[in-house]
Design a protein around this ligand. Structure first.
Ligand code: PLP
Length: 449
């Protein structure tokens, strides 16, 4: 027994050593291939901490600096071209510089910026979003997905006159609403956590918190935590339980509203009290919105006595709203978004089938045009701790894909844009399979006990 224990420990150690060696080699090659990005990274550190102003954009040993992008291609300052399968973490749905969006921004620009008064585009975009998203009777614009969630939670607390909120453990709803680990920067709302797709956990929390609970904030598919779809029954139960206790149900569709004509709440036929939006709905510019039940949203009506205040200098900025309206109205109508959902599902299935044929512990989860790969025995059903898998494995795969001209998120997220051709998808799939095959043994050793 003691002998076999030692040999396992030694085997793991050797596997670890091999992974360390291969990732160090990949880092060295990457650094050699990207001298200009490295020099700028070093220089910028003096003014931006770690040369970074958006945490998710950092990856080791240093990120490449992007010079320009067009369609579904990006180019870095060292002159490398990549197929863009990051899609700006879902905000890049339309691809880079879609002519319809560029035209809308150019026309808006010609009319002048920031008027200090209402404008016509906010009216038509609000009408379009209300007609498009089933749960949205009224909405308000803001500037980011973070802001939309902060405002939705604050509105839920004000409306119910309750204090506490419930979220999914491992979820991400914005820079001050990050629930993977314990961020010291999170808003000081009394916050409780449940396990995703676990009905018992949800039921226990909601019933226990009862009249203290103001709102439940949940993504109908976990995005940042690994593109893990909710069981529709889980969401339906959240709807029933919140109705039972009087808490508001808030769906964060900042990422997922692109999945079908009316987002996932429309697809599943579930009506949350509030829905939050962001990302691609700004057409590639900064954007946020939150909407839902008229009786809640109407509390913001400034003409009402005791109206809730919600200012924001750039809430109705014409550039974001013109780009967003043009995208949703002229490019991504209900028919196109339903078709893109199917297109994404088809691609993910093909990618997953190809990976499956390698017989490795890799799973690809997701819905429509959003997906993620995971190194594990079974497809995850809730956000899980990526730290179980050595960071060097994700690094090795990511840098190897980049060396072959493919751009996706370090943590394994892949997002399709409307600009990616079938040929690009095929190239990505083939390279992805080739890389996973090349490192198959290291993947097995990292996952298997
Ligand atoms: C589900 C979800 N909600 C909210 C946010 C925050 O959006 P923003 O980065 O625009 O503040 C994000 C960002 O990734 C997100 O994925």
């Amino acid at each position: 027994m003691a002998d076999s224990g030692n040999s396992i420990a030694q085997g793991q150690h050797l596997a670890g050593t091999e992974l360390m060696t291969r990732s160090a080699e990949a880092r060295a090659q990457y650094a050699k291939a990207n001298p200009k990005s490295f020099a700028l990274f070093e220089k910028t550190k003096a003014s931006l901490p770690g040369a970074n102003t958006r945490s998710v954009l950092h990856y080791s040993p240093f990120p490449v600096t992007i010079a320009r992008a067009k369609g579904a291609q990006v180019e870095d300052i060292d002159g490398h071209h990549y197929q863009d399968f990051l899609g700006e973490y879902t905000a890049g749905l339309y691809g880079h510089s879609h002519p319809v969006i560029v035209d809308a921004i150019t026309k808006a620009l010609a009319n002048g910026l920031t008027f200090g008064g209402p404008n016509a585009v906010e009216s038509k975009f609000a009408q379009l979003m209300c007609s498009r998203f089933a749960a949205v009777e009224r909405l308000r614009f803001c500037n980011s997905g973070t802001e939309s969630n902060v405002l939705a939670l604050s509105a839920a607390r004000a409306f119910t006159e309750r204090t506490d909120i419930l979220v999914v453990n491992g979820s991400y709803h914005g820079s001050v609403l990050a629930f993977a680990g314990n961020s010291p920067l999170n808003l000081p709302f009394p916050t409780h956590r449940m396990t995703f797709n676990n009905l018992e956990s949800a039921k226990q929390q909601i019933l226990n918190l009862d009249s203290k609970l103001a709102g439940v904030l949940v993504e109908p598919m976990i995005g940042a935590g690994g593109c893990i779809p909710a069981d529709p029954e889980f969401l339906t139960s959240l709807r029933h339980l919140t109705e039972q206790t009087g808490a508001l149900l808030i769906f964060d569709e900042v990422m997922t509203s692109r999945l079908g004509a009316s987002g996932l709440h429309g697809l599943y036929g579930i009506t949350p009290d509030l829905v939050t939006f962001g990302k691609y709905l700004g057409g590639g510019l900064s954007f946020g919105a939150f909407g839902g039940r008229a009786d809640i949203l109407d509390r913001f009506d400034p003409a009402r006595a005791g109206a809730w205040p919600h200012a924001g200098t750039f809430n109705n900025n014409t550039l974001s709203l013109s780009a967003g309206f043009a995208g949703l109205n002229n490019i991504f109508g209900p028919k196109e978004s339903d078709a893109f959902l199917v297109h994404g599902d088809t691609f993910r299935t093909r990618l997953a089938d190809s990976i499956h044929s390698l017989g490795l512990p890799i799973h690809i989860t997701g819905k429509g045009s959003m997906m993620a790969f995971h190194f594990c025995d079974e497809a995850p059903r809730a956000p899980y701790d990526l730290h179980r898998i050595p960071a060097e494995l994700y690094e090795l795969i990511h840098l190897s894909m980049m060396a072959r001209g493919q751009f996706h998120a370090r943590r394994g997220m892949i997002n399709l844009s409307l600009a990616a051709s079938d040929e690009m998808l095929e190239t990505f799939k083939n390279i992805f399979v080739e890389v996973m095959r090349e490192y198959g043994e290291l993947i097995e050793q990292a996952v298997l006990p």
